[in-house]
Design a protein around this ligand. Structure first.
Ligand code: 3HC
Length: 684
């Protein structure tokens, strides 16, 4: 604690993010009590050193026996203080950090600050009075949006909604906060204790109706997921009960959520994502300042999506196509995407225009000679890729990184067509690449580690989650997906309907099942009439012009608004194909469907680990959460395997092997770990 005249400045310095660990809580509580006792102190400023205001409770302490003083106790001491306490916010005030700021009597923030309650992303609710204080301070709908999305808002929005009182526009936040504190003292402003304010209530609805309407509006997004429902209950309590009673409900539900497997899974996922960023052998932070311009080969869906991902982060992008018409189509798609963002209000029209203008369309690869990173997103065929890389090798500057966005092909073969395989790697984006967070960073046999580190850092710089994987067919994600798809195709021939298969996965928490996904992507991807044998369901569907949503029919029939209906015709086709192949049909339980879809994926994940194609089991989970919509509250397929129990996974695989053959044979790694009673994810 230091002094600026009559203002006490309580500074916390606990790198990296000033998490509210027990020693921070202790220090804060005693500093506030000291200031309260000291008659010469007229107001207190709470501020942090380093890159951010408190980023929340210390997540490593969650789930362990509580250490005193707990956060609510510290916050109560702050709010009770007889002198105005002012939170001075920079960086990100998140979770318990924002809750602490709300326990202060006033809040000042630098314009670049962001505030939020991301607990929901850990399967929790704001458990240090956030659910009770925020709806007393701002509109309850806005409060719920903040708590249920978990996404932070910028200082300008925080000011507009009333979460902060003023912006610090000067050079020094501390000086501005002290001046603000002096004004409060000088004007004899009252202590604004949020606990004493009445909760705001929605205009036309009772709190119960408001809560119900919110639940209904978000039902699809929030299905199966416990924390949002409890957050809504807490906010309803804030609107109907005295502060302390609401607080008791919040406390009880917070503790319940903390013990819930959903939160354990999401806390695991939080650390898994951070672990994935660490590449063994890459020390320190790679310098990405040398990467200034990006080249993209191919203006199709992937090329334009990848281009937008870079442009969104401020990089200029030169995009090359072979034909003017294809280039025009790609650039028009880009323009349309940005225009739609402007119409939706997520970008200003000027920003949409600025981003569109950061694209330079060209028809010759030579235009990429100055680019620092070139991402090839051309047609998925080895001869096309090798031709492009052969040419790029002659065109690109020596320091350029050459990346391919291939989903399946052998990167070592592609690299071998160049004189610089050490600079070649895979950057496998997921569609739509401007939205999906995952990038598999594929390290070839000869790729330089420094290049891998730079690609990982670049992925992070454009807001993506990079995960290092090795070269194999489909890398990690698609290699596992293929196992699931193969089993889904078998299941429908054996008697399950496509809609039953899709429903089981949807109920498990995935955004959609394999058949709905195939309809969305188009069944004729890679299909040609000439090569069609008519022996698979897909061949038959494509032959009868049922090529997915785009043709109004695929596995499903599509009506108004792309609403899907099961198709009796498809059932007939499936029965025909099964008969032609001599496959006996039977009733298949949901339990069997789920086992047969998930266990082969887990098994393949274990093979991938054993082969060293993924560095850690948790990396596989990060891939599935961020690239394939695996619900974070189930932690990822490998975490899920641990939850089920590796011994049970092996036992069920063995039973399936006995019934259906060798493709279910448990991976050696799984057998070994199950026999030892050890874990897939512990070592990570
Ligand atoms: N507790 C413990 N460690 C934390 C932490 C936290 N709340 N937040 C971040 N860290 C650690 C990370 O694990 C990482 O450690 P590492 O270097 O050993 O891998 C380090 O701090 C830096 O984190 P990032 O790599 O994520 O750094 P960024 O600069 O990219 O992001 C951040 C900073 C925006 C603060 C981001 O770390 C973040 O979102 N943190 C989580 C915030 C959060 O969820 N807070 C709510 C906690 S729950 C809570 O408050 C409950 C309360 O309601 C009772």
């Amino acid at each position: 604690m230091t002094r600026q005249d009559s203002i006490a400045v309580v500074t916390t310095d606990s790198p990296p993010v000033n998490a509210l660990s027990v020693h921070v809580r202790n220090g804060l509580k005693s500093a506030i009590e000291d200031a309260d006792r000291d008659d010469s102190v007229e107001a207190v400023v709470v501020i942090c050193n380093g890159r951010t205001f408190f980023a929340g409770a210390d997540i490593t302490e969650l789930g362990k026996p509580p250490l005193s003083p707990d956060l609510p106790e510290v916050l109560a001491a702050i709010e009770k203080s007889a002198k105005p306490v002012i939170a001075a916010i920079h960086g990100t005030a998140l979770g318990g950090g924002l809750e602490l700021a709300l326990a202060c009597h006033y809040r000042i923030a630098v314009p670049s600050a962001r505030v939020g309650l991301p607990e929901v992303k850990l399967g929790l609710l704001p458990g240090a009075s956030g659910t009770q204080r925020l709806p007393r301070l701002i509109d309850p709908g806005e409060a719920l949006d903040l708590m249920i999305s978990g996404d932070p808002v910028d200082a300008e929005k925080a000011l507009r909604t009333g979460m902060i009182d003023t912006l610090a526009e000067g050079q020094s936040l501390e000086a501005d906060a002290v001046a603000f504190a002096k004004r409060i003292v000088g004007d004899a402003k009252p202590l604004r204790r949020i606990r004493d304010m009445p909760a705001k209530t929605p205009d036309a609805l009772t709190p119960a109706e408001f809560a119900e309407a919110y639940r209904e509006r978000n039902a699809r997004k929030l299905r199966n997921f416990r924390a949002p429902d409890e957050i809504i209950r807490c906010v309803e309590a804030a609107m109907t009960l005295p502060f302390d009673e609401g607080l008791a409900i919040e406390r009880k539900l917070f503790r319940e959520l903390l013990d819930d497997p959903q939160s354990a899974a999401m806390r695991y996922a939080f650390f898994a994502e951070r672990k994935a960023a660490k590449v063994p052998g890459v020390e320190g932070k790679p310098d990405i300042s040398r990467i200034r311009s990006i080249g993209i080969v191919g203006a199709g869906t992937m090329g334009t999506g990848i281009g937008m991902a870079f442009v969104n982060a401020g990089y200029p992008v030169t995009i090359v196509e072979t034909q003017q018409a294809a280039l025009d189509r790609g650039l028009a798609n880009i323009r349309r995407t940005y225009e739609r963002s402007a119409q939706r209000g997520s970008l200003t029209p000027e920003e949409a225009e600025r981003r569109t203008a950061l694209f330079f369309g060209r028809l010759e690869l030579e235009a990429l000679s100055d680019c620092d990173l070139i991402v090839e997103a051309a047609f998925e065929e080895m001869s096309v890729k090798t031709e492009v890389f052969f040419a790029l090798d002659r065109i690109a500057k020596p320091s350029a990184i050459l990346a391919t966005n291939t989903s399946y092909l052998d990167i070592d073969r592609i690299a071998a067509t160049t004189s610089r395989p050490q600079s070649v790697l895979g950057m496998h984006f997921f569609s739509p690449a401007n939205i999906m967070r995952l990038v598999e960073i594929v390290r070839g046999e000869k790729t330089d580690l420094e290049i891998v580190g730079t690609a990982m850092a670049l992925a992070r710089a454009i807001g993506k989650v990079g995960v290092v994987v090795g070269v194999c067919h489909g890398f990690v994600g698609n290699r596992m997906l293929e196992k699931r798809q193969d089993e889904a195709d078998r299941l429908i021939l054996e008697g399950a309907t496509p809609w039953a298969v899709d429903r089981v996965l949807y109920d498990f928490g995935l955004p959609m099942g394999p058949f709905a996904m195939a309809d969305l992507a188009g069944l004729d991807l890679g299909w040609t009439r000439e090569a069609s044998t008519g022996e698979t369901v897909r061949d038959r569907l494509c032959e009868s012009e049922r090529r997915g949503q785009k043709t109004g029919a695929g596995y499903y029939d599509y009506g108004e608004n792309r609403k899907s209906d099961p198709s009796p015709l498809v059932e007939e086709i499936i029965r025909d194909v099964a008969k032609a192949r001599g496959i006996a049909r039977r009733e298949i339980s949901d339990e069997e469907i789920l086992d047969r879809l998930l266990l082969p994926m887990i098994n393949e994940g274990a093979n991938i680990l054993e082969e060293g194609k993924a560095l850690r089991a948790s990396d596989i989970d990060v891939i599935w959460i961020n690239g394939y919509g695996w619900p974070a509250y189930r932690g990822g397929p490998m975490f899920h395997a641990e939850q089920v129990g590796l011994d049970k996974v092996v036992e069920r695989l063995r039973a399936l092997e006995a019934a259906h053959g060798g493709r279910f044979r448990p991976a050696a790694l799984l057998q070994r770990l199950a026999a030892e009673g050890s874990s897939l994810t512990d070592d990570t």
